[in-house]
Design a protein. Structure first.
Length: 381
């Protein structure tokens, strides 16, 4: 028995050393990876001078690396490189809205974790390390994740929710105040997120939503949350759908705006919920490298709307399907003629990323200069 007890203590000691090893190791320098900075020319303006228009949307496609999420300072520094370049190019003005992509805040789930989590070869091993790092904390939250079929993923997001929400709020508060712009800050997975007294709070007992928020130039977090109504198949095990009737609109000093989270832009009900807006913004994440050139596999996560031609499945490629059935093809349902859609890009374990922005002015899909990695585009309207 003494030998068994000694062996158990050795195992515990090894685990303690492993679990705490490299928490304080130095993080690598932030690399911006910006390959395109572009002002989208207005072909209907006099001499193509879009500067004569007094409002603009700045779409930022950050190229994120796993290490960008290991601390609040790292996350802020990475995004600040994009905001700084946008400012240097004269993109930030009195009436500017910055649009960021879906899932941008989600990978803050690894914030303050070991560097080995970021360096894991695949997401499964990265999440397994979170489990191994926090077995006792994990047990506290596991019992609160009974309704999700992927209890481990749901438990990890609940366990890190308060830290994730705080970093998300603090970083975008600082960026909006420093650069004096509105920010549609991309999305983050949080349980029961609500804005109370200017603070982003979570409810650990509540369902997990894929949620986005808007920040004002004074750093304030606008109270309405934008929760995804149509989670896709890969999200269903731990993300809860929100009713389309809860999709908010924002009456801002330069117009009425609606924001949709990725797949919501594929369904007419989403646009009907925000009818009367002048601008529709969409944040997106498309997994798998080169996905936009692959044959379209049809709707994933919910039945297709009745206006979808099922013969397009396997015939259109993914990008063509986005153009036909997402923002470019459906924006008119809302009454808006101005729109933008940006995608998350980067190297995120084995997930892959793809997509180039869509910009729509006067109901017309515009040609843009594509970005190999990160990109910044400004469209005046």
């Amino acid at each position: 028995m003494k030998k068994i007890g000694f062996g158990f203590l050795v195992v515990i000691l090894i685990w303690v050393i492993w679990a705490n090893w490299s928490f304080r190791s130095e993080l690598p320098p932030v690399i911006s990876e910006i390959s395109t900075v572009s002002q989208i020319i207005c072909d209907t303006c006099e001499n193509g001078d879009s500067m004569s228009l007094n409002r603009n949307i700045v779409g930022i496609q950050p190229y994120m690396l796993e290490t960008d999420y290991l601390s609040e300072s790292q996350f802020l520094a990475k995004l600040d490189t994009y905001f700084k370049v946008a400012q240097e190019n004269g993109f930030f003005r009195e009436k500017t809205m910055v649009l960021l992509p879906e899932y941008l805040g989600t990978w803050l789930v690894i914030a303050d974790e070991k560097k080995s989590v970021a360096n894991a070869g695949n997401l499964t091993w990265a999440m397994a390390q979170l489990v191994l790092n926090h077995p006792f904390r994990l047990s506290t939250y596991y019992g609160k994740s009974e309704k999700e079929s992927d209890r481990i993923a749901a438990t990890l997001f609940r366990m890190k929710a308060e830290k994730m929400a705080n970093i998300y709020k603090q970083v975008f508060k600082q960026l909006s105040k420093e650069y004096q712009v509105y920010i549609a800050a991309g999305s983050i997975l949080l349980p029961g997120p609500e804005v109370k007294n200017g603070m982003l709070e979570v409810d650990i007992e509540a369902p997990i939503y894929n949620t986005s928020f808007v920040f004002a130039p004074n750093g304030d977090l606008i109270p309405q949350s934008i929760r995804k109504a149509f989670p896709i198949d890969s999200e269903h095990p731990f993300v809860t759908a929100s009713p389309t009737t809860d999709i908010p609109t924002f009456d801002l000093p330069f117009g009425k705006i609606g924001v949709l989270v990725c797949a919501d832009s594929w369904y007419p009900e989403s646009y009907q919920a925000i009818q009367g807006v002048e601008v529709v913004l969409v944040n997106s994440y498309c997994a798998i490298d080169g996905a936009m050139d692959n044959p379209w596999g049809g709707y994933k996560g919910a039945p297709p709307p009745i206006d979808v031609d099922l013969n397009d499945i396997g015939i259109l490629n993914e990008r063509q399907a986005w153009e036909k059935y997402a923002l470019p093809g459906r924006i008119g349902i809302s009454g808006a003629k101005i729109g933008a859609n940006v995608f998350l890009r980067g190297k995120l374990w084995n997930l892959g990323t793809d997509g180039q922005p869509f910009f729509i002015r006067e109901g017309k899909l515009l040609e843009i200069e594509e970005a190999e990695k990160g990109g910044i585009w400004s469209m005046e309207y």
